[in-house]
Design a protein around this ligand. Structure first.
Ligand code: ADP
Ligand code: RBF
Ligand code: MG
Length: 172
């Protein structure tokens, strides 16, 4: 896949998620490098990388995935978690030459306040593309914007949108 190649409008099969999906990951939202919002204009809620081990998914390929995320306020544990569509990046962020692997989630919702420390659950339903390096920050941003559009459209399909009601996501 070259950076200049046109991108498909959808990810994953029309009918719905296929093995090994759905995959589940969860953990507290932690501080990342502080680059998402400030540098790229795209905030990403980071999970501790150990979250990958907990779920037994250490071998998950680096790249962009999509699905649904739920958030539970740490101070209001009795509250039913809210579910949102999400797109996420697992990897080394070659553009930034990170030395640690990260799990970062962009939630497709406008939040008025930050939600560090809240418990986030991820129902990962499909793969969008492998992780890439970029010639410029603008090229990276453009591809992430496309990832968001592709994920949003893909999750609205009949065989996919029902996962928003999945039981585990809504358990507090
Ligand atoms: P960090 O490097 O600490 O992850 P970011 O610049 O990536 O910083 O911002 C991430 C934080 O922004 C999240 O932890 C969350 O509290 C907040 N946030 C606000 N809106 C969103 C959103 N739509 N998706 C993800 N995080 C968001
Ligand atoms: N970083 C990369 O270096 N290469 C990528 O291909 C890449 N894809 C991403 C896709 C999405 C949907 C998101 C949310 C982030 C992606 N990133 C990628 C990570 C980006 O560099 C990171 O969010 C910022 O460095 C802030 O931590
Ligand atoms: Mg982040």
């Amino acid at each position: 896949m070259k950076h200049s190649d046109p991108r498909p409008d959808y990810a994953g099969p029309q009918a719905g998620p296929e093995k090994p999906f759905p995959l589940r990951l969860e953990g507290p939202v932690v501080k990342g490098f502080g680059r998402g919002s400030k540098e790229l204009g795209i905030p990403t809620a980071n999970l501790p990388i150990s979250g990958l081990d907990i779920a037994g998914n250490t071998d998950l390929d680096s790249g962009v995935y999509f699905g649904f995320a739920s958030l539970r306020r740490s101070t209001l544990t009795s509250q039913t978690p809210t579910v949102y569509p999400m797109v996420m990046s697992i990897g080394w962020n070659p553009f930034y030459k990170n030395s640690v692997r990260s799990v970062e989630v962009h939630i497709m919702h406008d939040f008025l306040v930050d939600f560090y420390d809240e418990h986030m659950k991820l129902l990962i339903l499909g793969f969008v593309r492998p992780e890439l390096d970029y010639v410029s920050k603008e090229a990276l941003i453009e591809d992430i914007r496309t990832d968001i559009a592709v994920a949003g459209r893909s999750l609205e399909r009949e065989g996919w949108k029902t996962y928003k009601e999945e039981r585990w996501l809504k358990e507090s």
